[in-house]
Design a protein around this ligand. Sequence first.
Ligand code: ZN
Ligand code: ZN
Length: 144
Amino acid sequence: MSENDSAANFEGGCLCGAIRYRFDGPLMAVAQCCCRDCQKATGTGHTTIIAIRDHQLQVEGSPRTFTVAGESGHDVTRHFCGTCGSRLYTGGGLLPDVVMVQSGTLDDPNSISPQSVIYTRDAVSWDRFDPALPRFETMPPLPV
Ligand SMILES: [Zn+2]
Ligand SMILES: [Zn+2]
C-alpha cells in the first residue's frame, strides 16, 4: 500500500462536470479488473478500480444507476452520469459496504497505482499489464 497514501484526499468527477465526488484514504485495494462486465460497462479491456468503504465516498450530483446480478448472485449497481455517460463507481455485490471508484475519473489519476490484476480469466489477448503485479483468475479476498 506504500504508493497509495492513506492520508491523501482524492477528488474526481464525470466528463461533463455534473457529478463530483471526493474521498479520503485509506484505500482497501487498487486493482485492474478485466471482468466482462467491466469491459462492457467501460468499453475497454480492463478498468482500474479503487476499493473503499462506502462511508468514505461523498458525491455531489445525482448519478444514474444500472443494477445487474453479479457472479456471486448479489446485485451489483453501477453509478454513472446520465448526461455524459462517465462511469463513476460501483457498489453492492458480496461486500455491500464497499464501493469501487473508477480511477480514470480522478482529477489526478496518477495519484494511485494498481496493486493487482483481477479476473484475468476474462482478460483480452491485446490488453497489457505490469508484469510485476500479482494476478488473480477471479476476485481475490479483499482485506476486511
Ligand atoms: Zn457528466
Ligand atoms: Zn470488473
